[in-house]
Design a binder for this molecule. Structure first.
Ligand code: 5GP
Ligand code: MG
Ligand code: MG
Length: 183
């Protein structure tokens, strides 16, 4: 689905598919340089990170395996609960592995902060973070993001994997959801 197909549901377009792909390619060049010795295990966080994982893993010139986790911190609303629950755990054993978490967005940072602690406690050699989007003004916890796509305003965004009540994930770009859709 194109940004134009849901233009009236968006308050503002933030990034087109082309801008996202360009940024992901930049991040991949850095990841390739940093992991030249040993490809990282890419850990995607379902469901939002599906598109980032798909594009990033294919752009990457490294034979990097993937694993997935599902956690819940948001319901169908637009506010973070801060309560994290594992809905689906990893298949891989992380002992001695170099892990790269692939995330769609860092909002409060609460989910990722919990996830970092959780993965580090499993004996990974390193755990780094790659996130396409970050809302600096919404941060409740400081997180060291090694590979960041874009900083965005503190507004609710959809597209490129990000949903509102399971809608808009298949949107190719990213936009700010218009308030009339959720109020
Ligand atoms: P955090 O714990 O950092 O507040 O956010 C956790 C998760 O909430 C993110 O990984 C993402 O799935 C979801 N989320 C945060 N901000 C947004 C947003 O603006 N739009 C959408 N669709 N999801 C968001
Ligand atoms: Mg996410
Ligand atoms: Mg969601």
């Amino acid at each position: 689905m194109e940004l134009n197909d849901v233009a009236s549901d968006l308050k503002q377009v933030l990034f087109t598919e082309e801008q996202i792909h360009e940024k992901i390619a930049e991040l991949c060049r850095r990841i390739e340089a940093d992991y030249a010795d040993e490809p990282p295990l890419l850990v995607g966080v379902l469901k939002g990170a599906v598109m980032v994982m798909a594009d990033l893993s294919r752009e990457l010139k490294l034979d990097a395996p993937q694993d997935w986790m599902a956690v819940s911190s948001y319901g169908s609303g637009t506010k973070s609960s801060g309560v994290v629950r594992i809905l689906k755990d990893l298949d891989a054993d992380l002992t001695g592995r170099k892990v790269l978490i692939v995330e769609d967005i860092i909002d409060s940072g609460l989910t990722l902060s919990w996830l970092l602690g959780n993965l580090r406690s499993r004996g990974a050699a390193s755990v780094e973070v790659c996130a396409l989007l970050r809302k600096p003004d919404a941060a409740k916890i400081e997180i060291d993001v090694r590979y960041l796509g874009f900083d965005i305003p503190d507004e609710f965004v959809v597209g490129y994997g990000l949903d509102y009540a399971e809608r808009y994930r298949n949107l190719r770009g990213v936009g700010i959801l218009a308030p009339h859709v959720y109020s």
